[in-house]
Design a protein around this ligand. Structure first.
Ligand code: APR
Length: 245
């Protein structure tokens, strides 16, 4: 069946799209993220319990960003965005900056961004390359002990859910790439899509919500996503066959 290319598209990515760039997924290593329980380093409780550990953990993640590059899947999505004739939204659960560095612009980081920090007192969100410590002062309000990673932790509300929901309701094509379907609300996005839309999951293995998709393609993102780009470009460029008088 030919994939629709004349309507709007929403793409959802998870840690699996960055795995081949060398970034760990969340549930690949026995439930540990870089040898830490996700709850210990990605929750408000974990931050209150041991802010030094959490600052150090995100400092390491931020430093690691500088050692990895976007892969063919990130690059293919940036190409698709440029060629797509209709509305295009790339929603990522990832906090890395590989989509941006690949050239994606119509991008929504629903779980926040590693390369930014937020002041809990004045609310300022700041690009941040280096390390933070519990005592690092906020450059805007000067207060200490108020900076935290601009990342959505367990129990916190993801960003931009309203505009993501609107895009899902009206899209004709929804593609989920490299996400396990363990974490809501992202895992429930496929249920928000019109029953007339085409839904496609690209993953190494079926996700927890695979049954909600019209089609599943198994394999590595760096193989499946460039192939999807080629298929969609052919559909976009295909001449509309005249139906005659
Ligand atoms: N190509 C395609 N898919 C892959 C690849 C690959 N090379 N490697 C792994 N995957 C798939 C796995 O099969 C799995 O389904 O990527 C998915 C990764 O799942 P998770 O580690 O659970 O990551 P994700 O789905 O993004 O987690 C969602 O959970 O911990 C929170 O906030 C965190 O954003 C994260 C959210």
């Amino acid at each position: 069946m030919q994939l629709p290319t004349s309507s709007s598209i929403v793409i959802l990515t998870g840690a699996g799209i960055s795995a081949e760039s060398g970034l760990s997924t969340f549930r690949g290593g026995g439930g540990l993220w870089e040898n830490h329980r996700v709850e210990d380093v990605a929750s408000p409780e974990g931050f209150i319990t041991d802010p030094q550990l959490v600052h150090r953990f995100y400092n390491q993640r931020r430093a690691q960003l500088r050692t990895v590059q976007p892969n063919l899947a990130h690059l293919a999505l940036a190409e698709l965005e440029k060629a797509w004739p209709g509305d295009f939204m790339l929603v990522t659960q990832n906090v890395d900056d590989l989509h941006e560095r690949a050239g994606s612009q119509k991008l929504v980081h629903m779980h926040g961004e590693l390369a930014k920090v937020r002041c809990m007192l004045c609310g300022e969100v700041l690009p941040w390359e280096g390390d933070t410590q519990p005592g690092t002062p906020c450059p805007t309000c000067g207060k200490k002990k108020s900076l935290r990673p601009h990342v959505v932790w367990f129990g916190e509300v993801p960003f931009a859910l309203d505009c993501i929901g609107r895009a899902l309701e009206k899209c004709g094509l929804f593609v989920a790439i490299g996400t396990s379907g363990h974490v809501y609300p992202a895992a429930g996005f496929v249920e928000l899509v019109s029953p007339f839309a085409y839904t496609l999951e690209l993953n190494l293995e079926a996700s927890q919500v695979a049954s909600g998709f019209f089609e599943l393609r198994s394999g590595k993102a760096t193989e499946l996503v460039p192939a999807l780009l080629k298929e969609l470009l052919a559909g976009i460029q295909a001449p509309v066959h005249a139906t005659g008088p």
